[in-house]
Design a protein around this ligand. Structure first.
Ligand SMILES: C[S@@+](CC[C@H](N)C(=O)[O-])C[C@H]1O[C@@H](n2cnc3c(N)ncnc32)[C@H](O)[C@@H]1O
Length: 180
């Protein structure tokens, strides 16, 4: 019995360390957690234009708002990839206990290790330098012909967008559509 309390503290300390380290790693890897604004979601999905049965990804899904919106409003398989343990658990609990049960999968994973060859549509909101210097090569290498990538806020430099939705008085960010 005397041994149980320190063991519980040790497990808790390891868990909190894992949460903190994965949060820091995620902030430095692709982008820190800055969610897209909820009122932008309809406009983002007008550009994504998901079709029946498509596989949709949010790379670095944060609190999962884009994934939940996709699964709630479109007949897609929605996949959220997240490196931060805190946000992964948040999404997982929300999916299991609160949110609608759409066709949703969350993965605790570095997005740069996810095989994207079966993706139909991919949404990204990442730092411009990482989009250009790291993600672009992965997309060019792995995506199938016809796959769409929707970049929110920042363009993927080095790729030619098929269309750009400019900000207006109600929407602060640009949305870039790329087709492979
Ligand atoms: C700018 S936020 C975007 C959140 C969400 N996609 C949205 O638009 O509301 C970027 C997210 O990517 C996550 N992230 C950063 N690096 C990552 C990586 N290498 N793999 C997976 N997720 C990562 C961060 O933890 C953060 O939640």
């Amino acid at each position: 019995m005397q041994l149980i309390t320190p063991i519980i503290y040790l497990i808790l300390a390891i868990f909190l360390l894992w949460v903190a380290l994965s949060f820091r790693n995620a902030s430095n890897s692709f982008a820190p957690f800055v969610p897209c604004r909820k009122k932008e979601l309809p406009r983002i999905f007008e550009v994504i234009n998901p079709k029946d049965g498509e596989i949709f990804y949010d790379l670095g899904c944060g609190d999962g708002r884009v994934v939940f919106y996709a699964a709630r409003n479109f007949p897609v398989k929605a996949i959220g990839i997240e490196l931060s343990l805190f946000f992964f658990l948040y999404c997982w609990f929300k999916h299991i206990f609160l949110a609608d049960k759409g066709n949703i999968t969350f993965k605790l994973k570095d997005l740069f290790y996810e095989d994207l060859s079966n993706a139909d549509a991919i949404y990204v909101y990442g730092m411009p330098k990482v989009l250009e210097e790291k993600l672009r090569y992965k997309l060019e290498k792995e995506l199938k012909k016809g796959a769409r990538v929707i970049a929110y806020g920042f363009p993927i430099k080095g790729l030619e967008p098929e269309s750009v939705r400019q900000p207006d008085e109600n929407h602060k960010k640009s949305i870039y559509l790329y087709r492979f």
